[in-house]
Design a protein around this ligand. Structure first.
Ligand code: ATP
Length: 311
């Protein structure tokens, strides 16, 4: 890839500060009411002219810790599918050499694959001169996955439907968090299946009444961290804990280290620990890095913008 010909875009990880999951719909999806927060952990996708598509992946998730197979480099990669979809919709050949530099751990409930797909849409639109509008890209993003439209938008947004119908939320900024990645990746479909199983067994509420997001949105707008801490909610936490009991120890470690609140991010296994402020996040990250329960610990803040060209 010659630097002169290449175009790069980056997109952020997300955490769900509110994730209410309704019952399984006839189309196989669950109705969601979620509040996404984009945080300062980014993957970068670099694209250059090529013949056909080729893809390389470097960084987080490509080593032994998550298994080399965690991030595919063929048509199973969401970036590959994003490239084919954009090319088809714009009527251009799908020719590009693509590199993904991952900082967002894979299968961690941080929407890393969605971030990569959003960054790829932005970078390839520039490389191919397809001049797609943001609305066009958002439509393609929704076809790629429920979280991809948010990866494009960034900031904070209320998501409904499968999570792809977004309303931006303005908020007091920034919020400081520490992300602790506990153990191997968790499969999102497996966590949803466990949720359905626990509900069918009557072990947790059935989800017909979605927990409203108003409380957490009000807290995001005006603070203080204690109000946000009191409003956090994740219906996928119970099934993630059922599949990965060791997560309980990770949540306790973060609470014991002084986090204002802790929750599992999305389908896990990332633990998101809320800090009072930036200095608090740095202290919390140092304590958690030494706690021996997390594979990776990152201090982050948000909201940050969605997928953007860089360089
Ligand atoms: P979700 O968005 O469903 O919450 P997640 O954030 O937990 O997912 P991702 O990092 O998006 O997890 O990866 C989920 C799976 O998607 C991986 O295990 C991998 O097999 C596949 N995948 C496809 N493309 C990518 C990509 N570019 N980066 C990471 N994983 C990818």
């Amino acid at each position: 890839m010659t630097a002169g010909d290449s175009v790069a875009a980056r997109a952020p990880a997300k955490i769900n500060v509110h994730l209410a999951v309704g019952p399984l719909r006839p189309d196989g999806f669950h109705e969601l009411r979620t509040v996404y927060l984009a945080v300062s952990l980014f993957d970068t996708v670099t694209v250059a002219p090529g013949s056909g598509l080729s893809l390389t992946v470097t960084g987080e998730g490509t080593g032994a810790a998550t298994g080399a197979a965690a991030v595919p480099t063929d048509s199973r990669n969401l970036v590959w599918r994003a490239a084919e979809l954009l090319a088809r919709s714009a009527g251009v050949p799908a020719d590009a050499t693509i590199g993904i530099a991952k900082s967002i751990p894979a299968a961690a409930g941080l929407a890393g694959g969605s971030a990569d797909a959003a960054a790829a849409l932005v970078a390839l639109d520039a490389l191919w001169g397809t001049r797609a509008s943001r609305a066009d890209l958002t439509g393609l993003a929704a076809q790629l996955g429920s979280d991809v439209p948010f990866s494009l938008l960034g900031g904070i947004a209320l998501g409904s439907g499968r999570g792809e119908q977004l309303s931006p939320v303005l908020a007091r900024t920034p919020w400081h968090w520490v992300l602790g990645i506990a153990g191997e990746g968790l499969s999102t479909p497996a966590v949803y299946a466990e949720l359905d199983r626990l509900r069918a067994a009557g072990r947790i509420p059935d989800g017909t009444e979605l927990t409203p997001a108003e409380r957490v949105i009000a807290a995001l707008r005006s603070g203080p961290p204690a109000a946000l801490a009191a409003g956090l909610c994740n219906d996928l936490q119970a099934p993630a804990l059922a599949l990965r009991p060791a997560l309980r120890r990770a949540l306790s470690a973060a609470a014991d280290a002084g986090a204002a609140a802790v929750l599992v991010s999305g389908s896990g296994p990332t633990v998101a620990a809320l800090a009072e402020d930036e200095a608090g996040a740095v202290r919390l990250a140092a304590t958690l890095a030494g706690a021996g329960v997390f594979r990776t610990v990152r201090a982050v803040s948000g909201p940050v913008p969605g997928a953007r060209l860089v360089g």
